[in-house]
Ligand binder design. Structure first.
Ligand code: ADP
Ligand code: MG
Length: 319
């Protein structure tokens, strides 16, 4: 399964949204308080991620983009990961598929240093201007494999934008700025979860949301849900965060639909921002290399927790 996942990782990373996800997760792992994402051509031409996290020391730069020895991929590490990491495969995969530049400076280092990888060929590490933190620049995602470009001839800018939107919902305590093409899509300070949902769902939609809270054994569910909406503008306003990670999980999506089943009429859809917290042992996030799919040890328990909490919240009389 490891080999299959690794091969899949190489394929997955060439989608701009996947590269963006890995780079932003690295910034979050680095403890960034502020993350800026700048996309050109939907991310195929250029992705730039700037964070103010811990940085990478000059002597670690080459290591960061190297394919890690299998020892780092020991089986238990595969099963249990508590950070958002991609098992040391993300930067090498991006460096193999595109032109990757890292410019990084830990706070205690006298200057920033840079390294380039282009189709797997690695440059020298050299001093470069830069403030504390890391700038990752990905250019020409299909540079190394032009044949694959055919499958994505017109980059879908929305996919990469959506990915940043989901990550920003998952980490409201981190300031996020997203620029795509000429447009600033959002520029948000560190804020509460409710304020972040309001900013990203739209203030009007957010005003109709009800807080939700439920617990079952060692699983906590919190979030905000809205009455089933008819408005096209609210379509797709559904977010699931599990242990801090944004996920697109079929079981969670189905639970949402089942919970809304009775209040849903044709054309209506659920509006919800849900967050689950549970012990890492209770899930395996490595089911899919893009890591947006999960396997819950107790899927039935999670499903009834979600459905029960939503049903109760929707039935609660409006005060
Ligand atoms: P992983 O995240 O699984 O460790 P990656 O290939 O994504 O693997 O990153 C390799 C390493 O590079 C990370 O472990 C981390 O030490 C370093 N790194 C990558 N991006 C950043 C960043 N934005 N800030 C600080 N360190 C980073
Ligand atoms: Mg990573």
């Amino acid at each position: 399964e490891t080999t299959v996942n690794r091969i899949a990782a190489g394929e997955v990373i060439e989608r701009p949204a996947a590269a963006v996800k890995e780079l932003v997760e690295n910034a979050l792992d680095a403890g960034a308080k502020r993350i800026e994402v700048i996309l050109a051509g939907g991310g195929i031409e250029r992705i730039e991620i700037i964070d103010d996290g811990c940085g990478i020391a000059a002597e670690q730069l080459a290591l960061a983009i190297e394919r890690h020895a299998t020892s780092k991929l020991a089986d238990e590490a595969l099963v249990r990961i508590t950070t958002l990491g991609f098992r040391g495969e993300a930067l090498p995969s991006i460096g193999a598929a595109a032109k990757l530049t890292l410019i990084s400076r830990p706070a205690e280092q006298d200057s920033a240093y840079r390294i380039n990888v282009s189709g797997g060929a690695v440059s020298e590490v050299a001093p470069a201007p830069g403030v504390t933190g890391t700038r990752a620049i990905v250019e020409d995602l299909f540079y190394a494999t032009p044949a694959r470009r055919k499958f994505l001839r017109s980059p879908r800018a929305e996919a990469a934008e959506r990915t940043v939107w989901r990550l920003a919902l998952a980490a409201p305590h981190v300031a996020f700025r997203l620029v795509s093409g000429e447009r600033v899509l959002f520029d948000l300070p560190a804020q509460t979860e409710a304020a972040r949902v309001s900013a990203l769902f739209g203030r009007e939609t957010a005003a109709s949301l009800l807080p939700l809270e439920a617990e079952r054994e060692d699983v906590q569910l919190t979030g905000l849900i809205g009455p089933a909406s008819l408005s096209r503008a609210t379509m797709g306003l559904q977010s699931f965060v599990v242990n801090g990670r944004p996920v697109q999980d079929p079981m969670l999506r189905l639970s949402l639909r089942l919970a809304y089943r009775d209040v849903m009429q044709a054309g209506r859809h659920a509006v919800a921002a849900l967050r689950l917290t549970l012990p890492e042992e209770a899930l395996d996030v490595n089911v899919h290399p893009a890591k947006t799919e999960l396997r819950f040890a107790d899927a039935n328990g999670i499903r009834s927790l979600v459905i029960g909490a939503i049903t109760r919240t929707l039935e609660r009389p409006v005060s």
